[in-house]
Design a protein around this ligand. Structure first.
Ligand code: FAD
Ligand code: SIN
Length: 536
């Protein structure tokens, strides 16, 4: 049996949202013990791979917060919560300044002003970036800052399995039960496969997205939607799960199984143009903003062109750009393309859309409070109202910074009245045996990716969604049998979570009888004139 651990605040996830929250609580309340857990190493996260940067109004001579708000609302296609959008845009620059004060570097012009990039859907240049590896720089900064605070402990290779609630004290909990509360998590120690009980006065989910439900994704393998799935099992509220963002331009390489390489939208912001295989620039058929239209429009346009032409990719043409500047701005992308045999100065780069970001997730308020008491959530695992039906590029790192901060303020002022629930029982592993064939898990994961990619991708329909639901049901039943009879492994827990996420995306898609933002279905191609939200 694993250890029993206690922390005042337990944060699950070491990306931008979790780390910011940990730092801000630790600074505000040096008397409070904060633990951050990460299921692999503390660097590995969607945050680490962020390229384009952080959107924030920086140059007030050319840009205004109203413009950033309008662009965010426009991308969100009617489903953003305007009050939340305003809050994030207004607080954003302050949070970015804080990050800079902790040591984050962003590229500057010769005159010392920040070099501001542009991405799809932005009416102005407002994206602060560090070359094309902004996420790596932010992650480094946050890890170093956290290490300087003695009341933060970061535990790696610890996999949160389930939230502890009254269910674990023997009560029957349903989605209608009032007053559900969270007392910490059960977590699997990946070093010895023991399950430990981790008690907390307050728990924060910052577990990121779930791109791994699709065959092609820009997300690393840790993005398996664990926090959202845990919340669903704990009977908490989720929202807008059908809105899955596909990034228009990941580097085409059918041999890559786990994580597609992103070619940042900032490359199009720098002037690169999308072309069909025959060289035709096709985006003007779809939107006056051409290659820099919001992502949902560009990804659907590429999907359509590939289908009409029978091509397996389109090209991104950078050949006309100033290559000295290009290499300065995008050294990582330039090198990666070169490794794959494409010199951006001479060759067009083959690209395809890939699953990139989850706009829906755990429903939270402006302070990151969820429907479960003593439980907060921040970052990509949430539906905060910022992104609505489609996220504006580079608003996600900003969301993590702002909500991490707000949650910390709320916890710092409310935690004193909260206690531990020490009567939660230890994990019970009786009746399980070691798995005989781990390959069954890998096969089911592949099947799941095929189902979601074939039936619940960029363009959906009733028939496709029904097919997906039928097939997911079978996968779910098989996986539950495995889960109830075999000893836990991280792979099995992830598969179970991925199936839950796939079900939630598909079920929410089946409930939305219109096309809005990232959800496009051929059976209901128009927008409804009244708004619907799909709570689960
Ligand atoms: P993450 O950074 O994904 O962190 C999740 C953490 O949770 C990880 O530490 C993980 O180990 C941990 N975790 C998950 N499950 C468990 C579990 N069961 N137990 C314990 N720990 C767990 N956004 C922008 O704004 N600008 C960009 O330029 C940009 N570029 C991007 C480029 C790429 C390639 C990708 C993939 C995303 C990009 N995004 C960008 C999106 C953005 O990076 C993410 O949405 C954001 O970083 C999410 O931060 P987070 O803290 O919510 O989650
Ligand atoms: C990119 O650099 O294109 C990704 C930006 C984002 O996802 O916000």
């Amino acid at each position: 049996m694993g250890e029993v651990r206690k922390s005042d605040v337990l944060i699950i996830g070491s990306g931008v949202a979790g780390m910011t929250c940990a730092i801000k609580i630790a600074e505000a309340r040096p008397d409070i013990k904060v633990t951050v857990i990460s299921k692999t190493n503390k660097e590995e996260s969607n945050t680490f791979y962020a390229q384009g940067g952080v959107a924030a109004v920086w140059n007030e001579e050319t840009d205004t917060q109203e413009k950033h708000i309008a662009d965010t609302l426009d991308a969100g296609d009617g489903l953003c919560d305007e009050a939340i959008v305003r809050m994030v845009v207004q607080e954003g620059p302050e949070r970015v300044k804080e990050l800079i004060s902790w040591g984050a570097r962003f590229d500057k012009e010769r005159d010392g002003d920040y070099n501001l990039g542009k991405e799809g859907g932005h009416s102005e240049n407002r994206i602060l970036h560090y070359k094309d590896i902004t996420g790596r720089e932010i992650q480094r900064t946050l890890i170093e800052k956290a290490a300087s605070l003695p009341n933060i402990k970061v535990l790696e290779n610890l996999f949160a399995i389930d939230l502890l609630t009254q269910h674990h004290l023997g009560y029957n909990i349903t989605r209608l039960t009032p007053g559900i509360a969270c007392y910490g998590v059960y977590a699997l120690d990946k070093n010895n496969l023991d399950v430990e009980k981790h008690l907390a006065r307050v728990t924060v989910l910052a577990t990121g997205g779930a791109g791994q439900i699709y065959r092609a994704t820009t997300n690393p393998t840790v993005a398996t939607g664990d926090g959202i799935a845990m919340m669903y099992r704990a009977k908490g509220r989720l929202n807008n799960m059908e809105f899955v963002q596909f990034h228009p331009t990941s580097l085409y390489n059918p041999a890559v199984e786990k994580q597609a390489f992103l070619v940042s939208e900032a490359v199009r912001g720098f002037g690169a143009v999308l072309r069909a295989k025959n060289g035709e620039a096709f985006m003007d058929k779809y939107d006056s903003r051409k290659s820099l239209a919001p992502r949902d429009i560009v990804a659907r346009a590429i999907d359509n062109e590939m289908k009409i032409r029978g091509d397996e990719f389109v090209y991104l043409d950078c050949r006309h750009l100033d290559m000295t500047e290009f290499k300065k701005h995008f050294p990582n992308i330039y090198e990666k393309c070169l490794e794959e045999g494409y010199d951006a100065a001479k060759d067009m780069i083959p690209v395809v859309p890939a699953c990139h970001f989850f706009c829906g997730g755990i429903l939270v308020d402006k302070n990151g409070k969820t429907s479960v008491s003593q439980l907060y959530a921040a970052g990509e695992c949430t539906a905060s109202g910022l992104h609505g039906a489609n996220r504006l590029a580079s608003n996600s790192l900003l969301e993590g910074l702002v909500f991490g901060h707000n949650i910390a303020e709320d916890i710092a002022s409310s935690i004193d009245s909260l206690t531990f629930r020490i009567e939660i029982p230890d994990w019970d592993a009786r009746g399980t045996t070691n798995p005989k064939e781990m390959v069954l898990i890998t096969q089911s994961w592949k099947e799941l990716k095929d189902i979601m990619s074939s039936y619940v991708g960029i363009v959906r329909s009733n028939v496709r969604i029904r097919r997906a639901l039928d097939r997911l049901r079978l996968l779910y039943q098989e996986t539950e049998v495995l889960y109830n009879t075999t000893a836990l492994s991280p792979q099995l827990c992830e598969l179970r979570n991925l199936i839950t996420i796939a079900y939630l995306v598909t079920r929410s898609a089946s409930m939305r009888h219109e096309s809005r933002g990232l959800h496009y279905t051929t059976d209901f191609p128009d927008l409804l004139d009244h708004l619907e939200e799909t709570y689960l």
